[in-house]
Design a protein around this ligand. Structure first.
Ligand SMILES: [Ca+2]
Ligand SMILES: [Ca+2]
Ligand SMILES: [Ca+2]
Length: 296
């Protein structure tokens, strides 16, 4: 078996083996280009290294492949996309920055030696670098992502933008009908004891949901949607006035039995008091109510 293997080696190696049978002795030629022993042979030239051949069973050498020793002197990270809809994912990848200027991908693993620790204010990122955007109440630009590996910290070259695509999913104001941005505007980022939809923190008898729908101030008892005056007119018309918010639209509804309500007009307020005249009003009794048109 050894004899057949020897036939595959170069003439140079055969020369070394014959010179020192039974010993592992290296020899280098006069030019310093060739070195060989019973365990290896190597040929080097000025322009390139041709590689190393080895006889050891646990060593493999590839012709024309140069093994290198490198040192990591930094880290770098990239993202699969820079605009991420809320609750959706984005893949991050980390690289070691080597002393020869190249980048070496850091494999995803949970081994402590290779673990990349990701940080970001509005994303949760697992050990494999898969990030999930949190729910937001507005578009969030300039979202920074960084990673630490092996003592090096890297940041994305460009910050992310997380898009607000759902208006009622931001904790702690989620799933209560009201647009979360309106709640943050009036109650701050985290005040569910006053800001959730069913509550009435200004004790004016109008819940936050209705205050939001009407466009009124949920923290002012004098700011709420309601009728102010009613006047039957000589020509058979019936005029009513109600508090309003400039720019908001309201449906005027009428009923004669308090069962079936019919929208008779939709008006957009141009002042804090809006007047509407139903002419001619129905003969006999009639009831009116106003309903804010919800924003999209
Ligand atoms: Ca949202
Ligand atoms: Ca909400
Ligand atoms: Ca209220």
């Amino acid at each position: 078996m050894k004899a057949s293997f020897l036939l595959t080696l170069s003439a140079m190696w055969l020369q070394a083996a014959q010179a020192a049978p039974g010993n592992v002795t290296s020899s280098i030629d006069a030019g310093g280009q060739r070195a060989s022993s019973a365990n290896y042979s190597q040929f080097a030239s000025i322009s390139s290294l041709s590689g190393t051949s080895a006889q050891s069973a646990n060593v493999t050498s590839k012709p024309s492949f140069i093994g290198q020793i490198y040192t990591a002197n930094g880290a770098a990270i990239v993202a699969s996309r820079l605009t991420v809809p809320e609750t959706q994912t984005v893949q991050f990848n980390a690289f070691a920055h080597l002393d020869d200027g190249s980048l070496l991908a850091i494999p995803s693993t949970t081994l402590p030696t290779n673990l990349v620790v990701w940080t970001s204010p509005l994303l949760t990122i697992d050990d494999a670098g898969l990030g999930t955007a949190t729910a937001v109440y507005q578009d969030e630009a300039n979202v920074q992502v960084s990673a630490t590996w092996n003592g090096f910290t890297a940041s994305l070259p460009s910050a992310l933008t997380i898009l607000n695509t759902l208006n009622d999913n931001f904790a702690p104001y989620d799933a209560d009908t009201i647009n979360d941005a309106w709640q943050v505007l009036h109650f701050g980022l985290n005040d569910p004891l006053h800001g959730r939809g069913h509550l009435d923190p200004d004790s004016d008898g109008t819940s936050n949901v209705l205050e939001w729908a009407a466009g009124t101030d949920p923290l002012s008892a004098t700011s709420k949607l309601g009728f102010l005056t009613h006047n039957a007119q000589n020509d058979g018309g019936f005029q009513t006035t109600f508090t309003s918010v400039v720019g908001k639209s309201y449906r005027i509804q009428r009923s004669t039995d308090l069962q079936l309500w019919t929208t008779i007009a939709t008006v957009t307020a141009t002042d804090v008091i809006t007047a509407y005249t139903d002419a001619p009003a129905p003969v006999g009794k009639a009831f009116y109510r106003i309903e804010p048109v919800l924003a999209e």
